[in-house]
Design a protein around this ligand. Structure first.
Ligand code: SAM
Length: 283
């Protein structure tokens, strides 16, 4: 991917062509998520059951509305939202957006929207993949109207999400492939409550609340089915798995199922809510 072209809306209903040259971290995320986009569409029903506790709580916190709702890192646009909102999705991966309507391609750290053009913002399990999460929060603050809500979810820490950390451990143990460093985009990048709270405050948000949610579906299905789902849907692990030989993949799948059979496969996420207190312009 050399650049992303986005048609940006400007005053008077006119459109501007914006060309963005994504940094290497964004390019990596594009490849990672484009690789699992088809699985996200095919397994949409499973995903909605798996993430249902997050979706239900997020939507309770968001509530119904009538304005434009930004869905940040919208993926295949399958997340349901409370009635009334006009959802506008943005995602880095063209493959994820394929076939979706009301969505544009773009990066969270430079949103292709006008200042104060949304009445709410939401994001399900995407912000930890931003190349610079603070910058992403500042961008959300820029496009939100003063006094409006931002509700988003992120995964909790590795010890509480063994369904994700065990496969990463196994890749390291078997093939010497390390997990991303803590400050790099990744599943657990926003698992530190205090850090996220600090970023939200610094971006101009107040009335901040953080709720912990248990996600149990992977513990209720067999370890083999859980391994299969994680390999099909987990962008980062799937990207590495795809680079192994056929024999290695078969061995890895068996070993991963064994590991997942021996641990608690339920997960833990945070659902954050905040209100924009201070409008800021593009820096
Ligand atoms: C775990 S998926 C979640 C998708 C969707 N929110 C859902 O719950 O169905 C993460 C999504 O974030 C997108 N993403 C990752 N980094 C991004 C970035 N820097 N800017 C915009 N989207 C990004 C990926 O392409 C992917 O679609």
């Amino acid at each position: 991917m050399r650049f992303i072209r986005t048609d940006v809306e400007i005053e008077g209903g006119r459109r501007l062509h914006l060309y963005d040259f994504p940094n290497p971290a964004d390019q990596k995320q594009d490849a990672v998520w484009s690789g699992v986009a088809e699985s996200w569409r095919r397994r949409a029903e499973f995903i909605e059951s798996w993430l249902e506790p997050i979706t239900t709580l997020s939507n309770e916190m968001l509530g119904p509305g009538t304005g434009r709702l930004l869905d940040l890192g919208c993926g295949a646009m399958t997340t349901p939202f409370p009635e009334g909102w006009k959802r506008v999705g943005v995602d880095l991966s063209q493959e994820m957006l394929r076939g979706g309507t009301g969505c544009v391609r773009g990066v969270m750290t430079r949103l292709p929207f006008r200042d104060q053009s949304f009445g709410a913002a939401a994001s399900r399990l995407s912000l930890m993949f931003a190349s610079d999460p603070l910058r992403a929060f500042e961008e959300v603050a820029r496009v939100l109207q003063h006094g409006t809500k931002f509700v988003f979810s992120v995964w909790g820490d590795a010890g509480k999400n063994l369904w994700a950390s065990e496969p990463a451990e196994l890749l390291k143990a078997r093939y010497g492939i390390p997990a991303p460093p803590p400050a790099a985009p990744g599943v657990f990048r926003l698992a530190d409550e205090e850090e996220v709270r600090g970023m939200l405050k610094s971006a101009g948000f107040g009335d901040i609340c953080c709720n912990k949610v248990a996600i149990s579906l992977l513990a209720e299905i067999s370890a083999e089915a859980a391994a299969d789902a994680v390999l099909a849907l987990g962008g980062p692990v799937s990207a590495v798995f795809g680079r192994l030989s056929e024999t290695e993949r078969a061995e890895f799948r068996v070993e991963m199922s064994k590991r997942l059979a021996a641990v608690d496969r339920s997960g833990a996420a945070f659902v954050w809510g905040a209100v924009l207190k201070r409008p800021i312009g593009r820096l």
